[in-house]
Design a protein around this ligand. Structure first.
Ligand code: DUC
Ligand code: ZN
Ligand code: ZN
Length: 463
């Protein structure tokens, strides 16, 4: 007898698509085959797709945003929204404040997350203060403890690292096998352009995109790739928005470098024109790097189709729009510079790629699974996740490809007050989600509880 059987589904992995029953016991997949014996519980997946639960390796939850700005999702609302969007694991960032020890930062994030999650979670560190004790002792100890990835920023005053700091932080990855993620935008170039625009009174949201042009991202991508080459480590280039940055990544790979590249829904679905809304509505689309134009959208689609990208993540970074703690904060209407960067999207990531990618024939189901789950587990050392195979965690999303839905924020479950994809027509939606063998969502109805999601340690490429 199984604990749970998912019967008659159209099962997809990153390599194969086949019809089968899945037998689950003690939270793991223990059998895949035809006409399995009964389970204590059963899900009839006839006519549905049975996929590994989504892993979103780039989300921001309850992250301190300074200046009275409050992120719209905590771990409860953010992971609940992720679950409704077909995810079983998310990877938020743990931000080190300047002068703060990494342990202290982690203790605070664990206090917020533990017992509150509807999906599994695992943290990437953000290194804002690469002191000698952080790089010499703390970070290597954390990597050994299962916090095996960290992000560095080339932009944002107070967060950006200079090249020397990036090199010495990358060197920790060389010594430990950790993954380094890089936010590639040149802060000095952005400062220069912001100065020009503000001086001429051009302060509306569209200027956010104009002051962060493709060249700003291309130059920083080239530099990050070069620094990783010099230190001799693989590197993750996150939230790639355009063809020139993709070309840099391809060129580094031709030189024999291992580069993992990520893009996000906003670079397929939005353009800078969306930032040009009347009455500051454009603030709803302010994120970094900014959305570009149709040509760059096509470049990102081609990148997804041809293997330039391994990862498709949401970069869910939610702020409320009409809220003193959100996009239109006290200074938010004075200049685009004060609009917090980031948009919600953890619940819509998978439906968007399923509908625009799989249902429109741009990618196949196996590519979808690789881009949204399997590759995330591989890239970041989430063992037992991201695959439907015997011995893996029973983290599974069941999709109904017949569903047609219009994205309305009112139907979503995050803590923001809008969706950047409002009105988008979607074909296919996840209806049931199983986490570690437990049915969390059944036919669109929540069955799981907060606290069912667990914190997950990760391995490095070497451990
Ligand atoms: N970078 C991110 O990764 N997310 C949101 C904002 C940002 O600049
Ligand atoms: Zn970033
Ligand atoms: Zn992000």
């Amino acid at each position: 007898m199984f604990d749970l059987v998912i019967r008659n589904g159209h099962v997809a992995t990153a390599s194969d698509v086949f019809d089968a029953d899945i037998g689950i016991r003690n939270g793991r997949i223990v059998q895949i085959g035809e006409r399995l014996e009964p389970g204590i519980e059963e899900i009839d997946a006839t006519g549905h797709f049975v996929l590994p639960g989504g892993i979103d390796s780039h989300v921001h939850l309850a992250q301190n945003s300074g200046d009275g700005i409050v992120m719209a999702d905590d771990f409860e609302t953010g992971t609940r929204s992720a679950l409704y969007g077909g995810n079983t694991c998310v990877m938020p960032f743990c931000l080190q404040a300047k002068g703060q020890s990494l342990r202290e930062a982690l203790t605070a994030y664990h206090a917020l997350a533990d017992g509150n999650c509807f999906t599994d979670v695992s943290f990437h560190m953000i290194i804002s203060d690469p002191s000698s004790s952080v790089l010499g002792q703390e970070l290597p100890a954390l990597v050994a403890d299962g916090y095996s990835s960290f992000k560095v920023f080339m932009t944002y005053e107070g967060l950006r690292l200079n090249d020397a700091e990036i090199i010495s932080t990358m060197d920790v990855a060389r010594r430990t096998g950790a993954r380094v993620m890089v936010h590639c935008e040149n802060e000095d170039a952005i400062r220069y352009l912001i100065g020009l625009h503000e001086a001429s009174g051009n302060v509306r949201p569209l200027a956010h995109a104009t002051t962060r042009p493709v060249a700003v991202e291309r130059e920083a991508t080239h530099r990050a790739l070069s620094l990783a080459e010099i230190v001799d480590i693989p590197v993750v280039i996150v939230h790639v928005s355009n063809g020139a940055a993709i070309d840099e990544i391809r060129a580094a790979r031709r030189r024999g470098r291992m580069v993992i590249a990520e893009t996000c829904p906003q670079y397929l679905m939005l353009t800078a024109d969306d930032l040009d809304g009347m009455d500051w509505e454009g603030a709803k689309f302010v994120c970094s790097p900014p959305p570009r134009d149709r040509k760059e959208q096509e470049a990102c689609w081609t990148g997804l189709q041809t293997g330039a990208f391994e990862l498709f993540s949401s970069d869910h970074c939610p702020f409320r729009y009409d809220d003193p703690a959100g996009k239109l904060n006290a200074k938010g209407r004075q200049s685009f510079r004060h609009v917090p960067n980031g948009i919600p999207g953890v619940e819509t990531r998978l439906p968007i790629l399923f509908s625009e990618g799989v249902m429109k024939g741009r990618i196949d189901l196996a590519q979808f699974v690789a881009l949204t789950s399997t590759n995330h587990a591989k890239a970041y050392g989430l063992t037992h996740k991201g695959r439907i195979a015997i011995g893996m965690d029973a983290d599974i999303a069941i999709w109904d490809p017949q569903i047609r839905r219009i994205i309305r924020h009112a139907d979503l479950h995050d803590g923001a007050d809008y969706s950047p994809y409002e009105g988008t027509e979607i074909r296919g939606w996840p209806v049931s989600v199983v986490l570690g063998g437990r049915i969390m969502l059944k036919d669109g109805l929540l069955r799981g509880r907060k606290g069912d999601g667990q914190y997950r340690k990760r391995s490095t490429a070497r451990s």
